[in-house]
Design a protein around this ligand. Sequence first.
Ligand SMILES: [Fe+2]
Length: 181
Amino acid sequence: MTSWGHDPLLHSQDSGSTLLHQLFVREMRCLYWTALSLVDQYKQWEEIAEARELKRALAVHNHQTKQHVNRIESVLQHLDLPLAFEESVGMKGLIKEARRTMSETKEKSAQRDAALILCWQRIEHYEIATYGGLVTFAETLQYHLIADILRETLKEEKEMDEQLSAIAARYINTGALQETV
Ligand SMILES: [Fe+2]
């Protein structure tokens, strides 16, 4: 099988030697770190979430994120790059902030679920921004197959974000309003 890294269409303008390619690779490596970190995070959240619908969403997205890891690895491999990750300072901060926020909420409460959704959506928006930018980079670099792969993940991230808004609106925020200190 011809790898994308050797596809003449992929490198029709010798994109691999451009600064944009360099930036693309760097961002892909940060995304790799992000996806690996989030798999662990979602598993922990699944255990502490109260609402069944929220637990289910976490299980689904945990599974999806494992697929995202596989897709990122396939992109790196097809560009003939090692499977190396780079720490994402922004995502590390969001995960740290989420842990602190959650620790300040009441165990087994709608308040905690509401906080979980807020923190999770903040993370989703960061991922959506990153995937959106990388799809544009990939198209510009003429890595069309890679752009399609990234677009698939972007679609799943957006759908999950919408699902979370719906769960919060349906009952979690109102549930949290009935809880008193
Ligand atoms: Fe996500």
